[in-house]
Ligand binder design. Structure first.
Ligand code: DQA
Length: 146
């Protein structure tokens, strides 16, 4: 019950539910939060669930993980494809990170096929919808607990 995991969402994910539902589904971010919190309780860890639109705000939250946090589940949104600042922040704090995408980015536009975050992540889950967050949390904990 000791692990503290941050589940962090990037830009435009606050619009889930009404944003391109044919791509991202109908669940809202609040629905996903409920799922994640229920799964965290079942797995016996603590989670904080956050969303920010700004790159710098995301970097600030990631830097804060150095103060007693054990893992990060990150849906970077479009920043996945170009934010070296977020990549560097993850590397700097050295906290194990699983990258999540709701959609199958590899079945979409070519600019979504590349993630600059993936090389500093433990792994990536893409295309499985909201359950991807739960799977990421479970995989991260398995990794942390060894
Ligand atoms: C996304 C995929 C990104 O390419 C896109 O910019 C998003 C959402 C996903 O969850 O599928 O904002 O990260």
């Amino acid at each position: 019950m000791d692990e503290r995991i941050l589940v962090l969402n990037g830009p435009n994910l606050n619009l889930l539910g009404r944003r391109e539902p044919e791509v991202y589904g109908r669940e809202t971010l609040a629905d996903i939060r409920r799922r994640v919190e229920a799964r965290a309780q079942a797995l016996g860890c603590q989670v904080a669930f956050e969303q920010r639109n700004g790159e710098g705000e995301l970097v600030d939250l990631i830097q804060g993980l150095a103060e007693g946090w054990h893992g990060l589940v990150l849906n970077p949104g479009a920043y996945a494809h170009y934010s070296l600042a977020i990549r560097d922040a993850i590397r700097s704090v050295g906290v194990p990170t699983v990258e999540v995408h709701l959609s199958n980015v590899y079945a979409r536009e070519p600019f979504r096929h590349r993630s600059v975050i993936a090389p500093v992540a433990v792994g990536v889950i893409a295309g499985l919808g909201p359950i991807g967050y739960e799977l990421a949390l479970e995989a991260l904990l398995a990794r942390i607990r060894g």
